[in-house]
Design a protein around this ligand. Structure first.
Ligand code: FAD
Ligand code: MG
Length: 363
């Protein structure tokens, strides 16, 4: 039977628990958690701002519950579910937030040459990730080819605050971008409410504003994809930074002894292989979420070159190939934020900057 791992926190964990603190250090940030969008949402503020925590958590929960009602494929009355039911028949009017997520999804589809594609939904269902009982039976090549005909970002047509899927059977799944978008909306609202030092973490989609304490950055651990409760190192984030990780170790199916990730290559129709985890640092949580999913599909072979087109949004990226011994391939932008542990430092490879676009021959 397919092994379903309960959906827990993805790859990054906040490291200021009592266990990580020396006695003389000031108290670390304080945190509250809750459930939203099928995962855990945590809000952390500096100890000095603990009085803000309840208000910050209430803003986060209310925002996420509202957005879940419009963006979730798990909710039949959501705008996304209505869009999917109208596929091949008519366009659907959208609220500003749903329109903005779809616009960003198409943008990352173009930036990743279709590796990020929210119309991948029929394939996500084919591999059993929607039913809650991941398929245990192998999926035949014929089934994949048949469903591939119902996938392709070019079939998602955006109008003036409307969207249309131009073929029956097409459907959209925002699992790879909407949590990042939701974190951005929460952070905008917290800023507007005067809360300027805060970390919001929704299932591993994280945005940090300001500092964890006076003069101290937010510290975020990057999960070791091969060892459940171990990290590869720490990211130090201050100001306004976002980070997201896509991995094959939280949601997967095991079919005939082989593990398949929940991230599907829209070009082949099969779960992407070759990478265990990708972590992206970006200027927004939306960008980090979508880029991490797309760069997971592109892998180490095609991912670094794709970063060239994302430099306005993406500040750094790390790939952990799905092979042992451990390798951590980081861009120099990522290396600026990342401090590996002593035991992983020797596994870090800094990638050369993406070569400037080669001028066409003969110039
Ligand atoms: P990422 O790594 O960011 O992306 C992988 C996910 O994106 C896949 O799970 C799939 O949904 C989709 N995807 C796969 N391949 C691609 C691709 N090539 N391009 C683009 N997208 C791709 N889960 C539940 O179990 N119960 C719920 O009630 C529930 N409600 C949700 C409500 C909302 C609004 C959202 C956005 C998600 C919800 N989820 C729910 C799903 C869950 O929260 C996560 O979104 C999902 O497990 C993937 O999270 P991730 O960050 O690991 O995905
Ligand atoms: Mg994502």
């Amino acid at each position: 039977m397919g092994a379903r791992i309960p959906y827990g926190l993805l790859a990054v964990a906040l490291l200021t628990s009592a266990g990580c603190r020396r006695a003389a250090e000031p108290a670390g940030p304080v945190k509250q958690s809750s459930l939203a969008m099928g995962t855990v949402v945590s809000v952390s503020v500096p100890a000095a701002g603990a009085a803000d925590l309840r208000k910050a958590m209430a803003v986060a929960r209310n925002t996420l519950l509202d957005l879940e009602e419009t963006l979730s494929v798990y909710k039949p009355a959501s705008e996304i579910s209505r869009l999917n039911r109208a596929a091949g028949r008519h366009s659907v009017g959208l609220s500003p937030s749903t329109y903005e997520v779809l616009r960003a999804a198409k943008q990352y589809g173009e930036l990743t040459s279709g590796a990020f594609d929210v119309t991948v939904s029929p394939l996500v269902a084919l591999w059993g990730f929607r039913s809650g009982q991941p398929t245990a039976a192998p999926v035949s090549a014929g089934e994949v080819q048949a469903v591939l005909k119902q996938v392709g970002g070019e079939h998602l047509i955006l109008g003036q605050r409307t969207a249309y899927l131009d073929r029956e059977g097409l459907s959209v799944d925002l699992g790879g971008i909407a949590k990042g978008y939701a974190v951005d909306v929460v952070c905008q609202r917290l800023s507007a409410a005067g809360i300027g030092n805060v970390m919001v973490d929704l299932g591993g989609n994280i945005r940090c504003l300001g500092q964890a304490e006076a003069g101290r950055p937010w510290r975020v651990g990057v999960r070791n994809p091969f060892r459940r409760d171990a990290i590869l190192g720490i990211l130090q984030l201050t100001g306004d930074e976002s980070v997201a990780t896509s991995g094959n170790y939280e949601r997967f199916v095991v079919i005939e002894g082989r593990r398949y990730s929940h991230i599907i290559d829209p070009h082949t129709g099969y779960p992407a292989r070759g990478v265990a985890g990708v972590t992206v640092i970006a200027s927004s949580a939306t960008a980090a979420d979508a880029a991490a999913t797309g760069l997971f599909v592109l892998g180490l072979e095609r991912g670094p070159a794709a970063l060239r087109g994302m430099q306005r949004f993406v500040k750094g990226c790390a790939w952990v190939p799905d092979r042992e011994p451990l390798e951590i391939h980081v861009t120099d932008g990522f290396a600026r934020y990342f401090t590996p542990l002593a035991e992983t430092a020797g596994r870090v490879v800094v990638l050369p900057p993406p070569a400037a676009r080669q001028p066409p021959a003969g110039l």
